[in-house]
Design a protein around this ligand. Structure first.
Ligand code: PTJ
Length: 249
């Protein structure tokens, strides 16, 4: 029971959601730890969407609108926190939704599929009913990819992705967008577009930008992408995490 006026109300509500998902079996044990790491970075960036994140979200919207076969990858944490947002984004972009787990078990795949269907998804790829392929021939549950989804995708949104999987996706020639509160993570550093923001704020904003940019012409979207530099954007984000300045506040 968290009081609305509590200074950490929103953060504590998210914890509740994460723990509920964990107890239902949706989240991997490591998902709780990952959330805690995310919380720490969120605290350091001021628990709000900062300017570099807005720039990354705008570029991500342009890239997704230009993509031929965009795929939104969903893991346990994403399913627990933003299932409806993912479904709406997929609908707007005509993108596919694919379950893509680091700690893959048939039970978790089933539960996540149910959550996405309840949130309105018509089709969910990456389930065990499909003949899944393996990226770059890596025969591990960590490299599974649906033939109509990630396997043939040109652009993949992979929020809260583990560094190994991000590496496999990049090596398979995919253009990747991530949402990851840690600007230093291997995934943030390897992604083509890294959105350093909490997924609960980033997905609604990405939806807003997709709606805003969907009538732009191809060359206008390409210009947005040309002007975006992920390395510089991550450096700008890191400069905002100024511990000396925070101590004085
Ligand atoms: O559901 P599974 O089996 O696919 O497993 C998912 C996890 C997240 C456990 C797995 O992908 C993993 O181990 O990821 P990592 O390596 O811990 O990376 C997760 C990243 O997400 C970390 O850099 C966190 O800072 C970040 N993060 C955590 N919560 C959020 C977040 N980023 C954005 N929004 C959040 N709410």
């Amino acid at each position: 029971m968290v009081e609305k006026g509590h200074p950490r109300y929103r953060s504590l509500k998210l914890r509740e959601k994460i723990l509920e998902a964990y107890h239902k079996g949706v989240l991997a044990d490591a998902g709780i730890i990952a959330h805690g790491r995310g919380e720490a970075f969120d605290y350091l960036i001021g628990e709000k969407t900062r300017r570099p994140a807005i720039r990354a979200i705008k570029a991500a919207a342009a890239l997704l609108l230009l993509a031929k076969n965009p795929v939104l990858s969903v893991n346990g944490n994403t399913a627990a926190l933003v299932p409806r947002g993912i479904v709406e984004l997929a609908r707007l972009l005509n993108a596919k939704i694919e379950i893509n787990l680091f700690h893959r078990t048939p039970e978790r795949v089933k539960l996540i599929e149910e959550i996405l269907k309840e949130a309105g998804a018509r089709e969910v790829l990456g389930t065990d009913r499909e003949e899944l392929k393996h990226l770059k021939g890596i025969k591990s549950p960590r490299a599974t990819a649906s033939p109509r989804g990630i396997y043939t995708a040109d652009v993949v949104l992979v929020p809260l992705e583990d560094g190994d999987r991000a590496e496999v996706l990049k090596n398979a020639g995919k253009t990747i967008i991530t949402v990851d509160l840690n600007p230093l993570s291997r995934t943030s550093q390897r992604a083509d577009i890294s959105i350093t923001d909490n997924i609960v704020r980033a997905i609604p904003l990405l939806i807003k930008y997709v709606k805003k940019l969907r009538d732009y012409k191809k060359d206008e979207l390409e210009k947005i992408l040309e002007e975006f530099n992920n390395k510089k954007n991550l450096e700008d984000m890191l400069r905002l995490i100024d511990l000396q300045r925070m101590r004085k506040l």
